[in-house]
Design a protein around this ligand. Structure first.
Ligand SMILES: C[S@@+](CC[C@H](N)C(=O)[O-])C[C@H]1O[C@@H](n2cnc3c(N)ncnc32)[C@H](O)[C@@H]1O
Length: 285
């Protein structure tokens, strides 16, 4: 038989009273705000909050700096590509030809906007712009068509919504781009930083195949010695694919002769430019 005895009402009342008393005692024993221990804990909490705020501030500042650098790098890359576009178009226009230009990962196509506004020779250019982002294609279509009309340009603009993967998968035996043509100038700015070596090499090989003899291929990458690379990687786990000249050169297609390409690194924002001029006799082999 169990030895348990049901507590009486008096027992329960006593226990409840004791519990209330215990709570009161605990409350009375609680140190007041002037207690040195309480003060120390409060100070510690404040120090921790201040340290967290400092880290937040540093992170925001680094983010802002990164944004500014990216904008500067994009603007410098755009300016250089715009110059090359003008030269290539003028070269072909001088022979009464239209320059066929293919831009992979076009984004808002700032350099094409500038080209339409500033250069009359843009009448002699035909662009194929490719991007995998629907909204980007819509924006580029709208702004470039608007500029073309406002500046009365005869420039031809074709837009293709596709990914790099789709382009590489869809390439056929024929050396032609997404518009079913060869191009005089093929370029990609600001996208290689996000792609691994294998894909970049395939893209460059594809570019080299679809560029006409005598035509130019240009690609940009942010260089390995980027000043805030370590901060970005440590604080945000952003891992862009930085490349130095030698690493970039290793992506040049095997069939491009050694004297057909060059790498320029003088850009202050950390861009490096790879240029491959396809020999007039094709692969140069
Ligand atoms: C950093 S932006 C560069 C835009 C522009 N070329 C410039 O220099 O300012 C990269 C662009 O590539 C596009 N993009 C990224 N990954 C892509 C992919 N796998 N296939 C096609 N486009 C891609 C993005 O939508 C974006 O518009």
């Amino acid at each position: 038989m169990s030895g348990f005895k049901e507590p009486s009402f008096a027992d329960r009342q006593k226990a409840a009273q004791q519990a209330k008393q215990d709570i009161l005692n605990k409350f009375r024993a609680k140190p007041g705000p002037d207690d040195p221990e309480v003060k120390q804990r409060q100070a510690e909490r404040e120090a921790q909050a201040a340290a967290r705020a400092k880290v937040r501030e540093a992170r925001e500042a680094a983010k802002a700096e990164q944004k500014a650098r990216e904008a500067e790098a994009a603007a410098l890359a755009a300016a250089q590509v715009a110059r090359e576009k003008e030269e290539e178009t003028a070269r072909l226009a001088a022979h009464g030809k239209t320059a066929r230009i293919f831009n992979l990962g076009c984004g808002p196509a700032q350099e094409i906007q500038d080209f339409l506004v500033r250069y009359g020779v843009s009448d002699h250019a035909r662009f194929t712009l490719l991007d995998f982002n629907e909204e980007t294609i819509r924006f580029a279509t709208s702004i470039l068509s608007d500029l073309k009309n406002r500046h009365h340009r005869g420039t031809s603009l074709d837009f293709v919504k596709k990914s790099v993967g789709q382009v590489l998968k869809g390439r056929g035996r024929k050396a032609e781009g997404p518009g079913g043509a060869q191009y005089d100038f093929v370029y990609c700015a600001g996208l290689f930083d996000y792609l691994n070596d294998r894909i970049c090499k395939s893209v460059l090989t594809y570019f080299y195949d679809i560029v006409a003899p005598g035509g130019l291929v240009v690609a940009t990458n942010v260089e390995g010695q980027h000043p805030i690379r370590n901060i970005m990687e440590y604080m945000f786990e952003w891992h862009l694919v930085y490349r130095n000249s030698a690493e970039f050169a290793s992506l040049v297609p095997e069939r491009a002769p050694a004297d057909s390409f060059s790498i320029q690194t003088e850009d202050s924002a950390g861009n490096i430019f790879l240029e491959i001029r396809k020999p007039l006799n094709g692969n140069g082999s």
